[in-house]
Write a protein that binds this ligand. Sequence first.
Ligand code: F6P
Length: 324
Amino acid sequence: MPTKTIGVLTSGGDSPGMNAALRAVVRTGIFHGNKIFGIKQGYEGMIDGDIIELTLSSVSNIIKYGGTSILTARCEDFFTKEGRSKAYDNLKKLGIDSLIVIGGDGSFRGLHELINEFDIQGIGVPGTIDNDLYGTDYTIGFDTAVNTALEAIDKIRDTATSHSRLFIVEVMGRDSGYIGLYTGISGGAEEILIPETDSDIENLCNRLDAGHRRGKKSSIIVVSEGDEAGNAFDIKKKIETLVDWDIRISVLGHQQRGGSPTAFDRVLASRLGYEAILAVMNGENEKMIGLGHNTIDLTPLEETWTRKKGIDESYIKMAEILAT
Ligand code: F6P
């Protein structure tokens, strides 16, 4: 296989496991005789020319860390033709002919534009806690984020039970309910509100009160920040006069984006980073490397955001029955 000069970047919101993916890209790339450059702060570093060559030891001992050692950014300038043109010039100066972008849909849209305007090859690696990309069962960082949120829910349950309270716990997920769904199921939440399903507030209140009457000592509603009924504060306003519970709110926020990646995320990131290099060397272009039924899949970049990764609504029904 012909060797390449490959630029790698992490872009958009960071996610635990990005470092493991970077390590896999660098180590696999060098193993196969490629030259690997790290582009700092996502597309910002591409535009500013903040690019360094990475060696085997550049990625030593990073597998266990959250965040991203080459930094990340959400870069507005890259969504202008001028910004992309500047970025491409910087890639050419270093002879970079291929890119591996570790990020979410915004990052993939940027890569798609660049590939269509200039002579550059690109492969996406799904790195976002939201798990909202079509073409992969799991994105890097999702499992860690869920485990972080779950740890918080378990603690909240202790105090909720001691005080006989109802907690509304808000988790991340602007447009996607995956974190809410998995956290809610694993934490035994009484109610799960996610953007993919309609929230019936009246029924929810009836169920919560029925639980109270039956002797439940606590209840937890997990709500995704992007739920169509609103965030935790909106939900509290909607239900406080309708339920017989003392209500508290907990917004988990950015802690879900940090922390040491779980073994699952490290393995996933290692596999996807490793396969991204093979895809580049095999001449694949404008595709995302993903995992479907535990098998490596390549999906056209554009489909990763134009096609919707659905949520299996039977999970919600199951959660309701299990939390009765
Ligand atoms: O896309 C990942 C994510 O954490 C979303 O869940 C959240 O809505 C958003 O990023 C927050 O973005 P920022 O860190 O820019 O506030």
